[in-house]
Design a protein around this ligand. Structure first.
Ligand code: SF4
Length: 312
């Protein structure tokens, strides 16, 4: 039986995560192992294991790396206190903070310097959120959901600014921003063009293919919020969707009666996983048959309508 695979475009690693992985690889080549990486660079066990095999050592805090070590900060960025600790330990720091996250750091400091109450819409504990909050310790209020809008304390309601965690999709933050704006009509925040669109683009791409699929598989771990959201988006379109970190996570019963499978992956998930799933579907369904990938559109111009079609 022929199974059609629809590939959402764009999918998998965002530019910031891809750049951070490249920087770890370059550091390994240039300085040799070990290279310490603060926090998880991606939510992907395979990528992590591959880097570990080459000599990367993942740590939670820079204090776990020996003095003088080569230490990489991931795309999520760090608080100034982390930089200070690394400097104190004589670490050779390679800063892979995504430029868009670095811009958030600059923005919150600018908002605070002009006397605004600064709000961050995001999830407590997320690495990026910790890095932004750490720009002004104790000086930024975290807004996690609509309910917490009522708890925001401001000195001057005319001077309130917000930023959002970059891996949240526009619709996820939109309702919170609307609620904040109804409380603080003078609320200011980034212009639309200044917000990272990687997560929103991936959601739009999976939304574009979900209705045509019997099943959607999403590369990413359960702990990855943007990958979980991609599965939710597919389900909202009435299509069963599952998160997978590995081809072996695919259960045979998911494929019963399935003719069209949609594939996507979150911003911290490896594109290799998608390739592996296509190959696995091909070998499982039609032993010995060759894949016939339809040529992919240029990545830069990729839109949801560009979704690639592969027959397995
Ligand atoms: S989601 Fe956007 S801001 Fe965050 S690392 Fe990726 S490209 Fe950078």
């Amino acid at each position: 039986m022929e199974v059609t695979v629809l590939l959402a475009v764009p999918r998998a690693f965002c530019a910031g995560v891809e750049r951070a992985i490249d920087m770890v690889e370059q550091a390994l080549r240039r300085y040799g192992p070990p290279v310490y990486v603060r926090r998880r660079i991606v939510h992907n066990a395979h990528v992590t294991a591959a880097l570990e095999a080459r000599g990367a050592i993942f740590v939670d805090e820079v204090g776990q790396a020996p003095d003088g070590a080569v230490v990489v900060f991931t795309a999520h960025g760090v608080a100034p206190a982390v930089r200070a600790e690394a400097a104190r330990r004589g670490h050779h720091v390679i800063d892979a903070t995504c430029p868009l996250v670095a811009r958030s750091h600059t923005e919150v400091r600018r908002y605070a310097a002009r006397g605004d109450t600064v709000l961050l819409i995001g999830h407590a504990g997320h690495d990026e959120v910790q890095g932004v909050l750490g720009q002004i310790p104790g000086g930024i209020q975290l807004v996690q959901d609509i309910a917490s809008v009522d708890e925001v304390l401001v000195e001057d309601p005319r001077r309130v600014s917000y930023l959002t965690q970059t891996t949240l999709a526009a619709d996820e933050t939109g309702e919170i921003i609307d609620e904040l704006r109804s409380r603080f009509p003078h609320l200011s925040g980034p212009d639309a063009g200044e917000v990272c669109s990687a997560t929103t683009e991936r959601e739009e791409a999976v939304a574009a293919i979900a209705g045509a699929c019997d099943l959607v598989l999403v590369g990413g771990s359960a702990g990855s919020s943007d990958s979980s959201r991609l599965a939710e988006v597919a389900r909202r379109h009435g299509t069963p969707a599952h998160l997978i970190e590995d081809v072996r996570d695919i259960r045979p019963e998911w494929l019963d009666g399935v003719r069209t499978v949609g594939l996507t992956a979150g911003v911290t998930a490896s594109p290799h996983l998608v390739d592996e799933v296509v190959a696995a579907l091909a070998s499982a369904r039609i032993s010995g048959s060759a894949l016939t990938p339809v040529p992919r559109p240029p990545a830069a111009g990729g839109t949801p309508a560009d979704s690639s079609r592969v027959h397995a």
